[in-house]
Design a protein around this ligand. Structure first.
Ligand SMILES: Cc1ncc(COP(=O)(O)O)c(C=O)c1O
Length: 479
């Protein structure tokens, strides 16, 4: 049974007064009160406990008190916390004692600070306007819209996306060339299936790069060839030495290196596609967030007959919406139609809601506000790193929602990630995204989903985690 967090008076349910608990510290009292409520069944298994901030407000205590208490109960097996979803009661009086369960599968320390890349600011999701858009289209959709969806996506959203990409990304797009997908991953699977149907057997991907892109290509039975990325982006000369005639590229802000594909490489890439009679698949990842200059137009605009353009709202609004797009070269329309026919279309009302959200100017307004927020958060992160982690060198800051922190050769980044995670800080090692091993060491720090106030304590934890992970001599140089 799931108990909503709003139908319980938490302050009444959790009596944390010293009268009840003697002179224990407040977080111990709260942990005790929660434990008791779970044990006697007042908080049943599956019940959602309030977000730490909300409970702290209700109880009139600091958020730290609540996260400590939750962390304690997670460790004991009474609560279960997953990043991105609500914390729930995970035990009932009818099951094994939680301690024995905790021994069998020890729970991790709850994540207090999230610097893992890949998420936008989930707290800032424009709930009211999204709800307005959903309400509007639920009322206005004609009954025909509620029938079988068009596998390429609803014409209204395809038109809206084409206009958006033309005006904001310099793309060459029109409703017929756009397919609505469930995100970039889905768009890539469809593209790879279409390429396979055209006789393509090999696909090049960036190294380092996002592993799911490699998996998506492999799922369409394409052989994957990693190609190195340097400070100008994908090394097109290396690409030309592979048997691949198609390549996936993050031109606007490569993941995870954060490089922007240089003008020379963009031109060289398009030339390569023409020479091999192949295709560039442009993952327009992070493109909306460019801070120090105007956004760079998509490569697709340079030759729409040779470039597929893939994008989604996963990094701008939320990955939970599962909405994205794919703009395909005209010659690929027939094979893409076949690939679309066997893919699952995103729910039509969601598609129409996104169209309304964009058409009313709410998407642009939200992107403008997000860009301002992320720019100042990036500045804060870079400043704090400069002050607290002098042994690191920051890169990839021009755009996007993550930066790279280069560390001296010989640093044990895996150990750093492990000890940071143990201390409640989530972040990523660039090594996790490499297909080929490298001696270069770096951490990938995402700042989309961390609040500004959490950055200084998160970086203090990072500094701690690096203390034993970076070679001693380099630490002394930094100080
Ligand atoms: C490089 C890259 N491209 C695209 C995406 C977005 O994928 P999707 O739209 O399927 O959520 C991600 C998500 O983390 C990513 O890392």
């Amino acid at each position: 049974m799931t108990v909503s967090q709003t139908n319980l008076a938490w302050a009444t349910l959790l009596d944390v007064s010293p009268r009840e608990h003697g002179r224990r510290r407040l977080h111990d009292r709260l942990a005790h009160a929660l434990r008791t409520a779970i044990r006697d069944g007042r908080l049943p298994e599956g019940a959602v406990v309030p977000p730490s901030r909300a409970l702290a407000e209700e109880l009139g205590c600091s958020r730290w008190v609540v996260t400590e208490a939750y962390g304690q109960l997670v460790a004991e097996g009474y609560l279960c916390a997953r990043v991105g979803s609500a914390t729930r009661v995970s035990w009932s009086p009818d099951t094994d004692p939680p301690r024995s369960r905790a021994r069998r599968a020890p729970e991790r320390t709850p994540i207090r600070y999230d610097l893992a890349p890949g998420l936008p600011d989930l707290r800032a999701f424009p709930r009211r306007r999204w709800a307005d858009a959903v309400r509007t289209v639920t009322g206005s959709a004609v009954h025909y819209d509620l029938g079988l969806p068009d596998p390429a996506g609803h014409a209204v959203l395809r038109t809206t996306v084409a206009q958006y990409l033309r005006r904001s990304r310099g793309a060459e797009a029109h409703a017929e060339s756009v397919s609505v997908c469930a995100g970039v991953t889905d768009a890539l699977v469809r593209t790879c299936r279409a390429l396979r149907a055209e006789g393509f057997t090999d696909l090049a991907v960036e190294d380092p790069g996002w592993g799911r892109l490699r998996e998506a290509a492999a799922s369409a039975r394409l052989r994957v060839h990693p190609v190195a990325v340097d400070h100008e982006g994908l090394r097109v000369d290396d690409l030309a030495r592979t048997p691949a005639r198609a390549v996936v590229v993050g031109a606007a802000h490569q993941f995870p290196t954060g490089t922007v594909l240089s003008p020379a490489r963009r031109a060289r890439l398009v030339r390569w596609a023409r020479e091999v009679d192949g295709f560039v698949i442009e993952d327009d990842y992070d493109a909306e967030f460019r801070y120090d200059r105007h956004p760079v137009a998509v490569v697709q605009g340079m030759d729409p007959s040779r470039v597929f353009l893939l994008g989604s709202v996963s990094k701008t609004l939320s990955p939970a919406l599962g909405l994205g797009w794919l703009v395909a070269p005209a010659a690929m329309a027939p094979v893409l139609r076949a690939a679309n026919a066997v893919a699952a279309a995103p729910p039509v009302l969601d598609q129409l809601a996104l169209a309304t959200f964009i058409d009313r100017g709410w998407y642009d307004a939200y992107l403008r506000a997000s860009r301002r927020r992320f720019r100042s958060r990036r500045d804060l992160l870079v400043r704090t790193l400069g002050a607290q982690v002098p042994e690191g060198r920051v890169a990839g800051t021009a755009a996007g929602l993550h930066i790279l922190l280069h560390l001296p050769d010989g640093s044990d980044t895996q150990a750093a990630v492990h000890s940071a995670t143990t201390a409640g800080l989530r972040l990523a090692d660039i090594g996790d995204y490499r297909a080929e091993p490298s001696t270069k060491r770096a951490l990938v720090l995402g700042y989309g989903n961390i609040s500004d106030t959490d950055i200084p304590p998160a970086i203090a934890l990072l500094g701690e985690a690096l203390r034993s992970a970076v070679p001693r001599s380099r630490l002394d140089e930094g100080s």
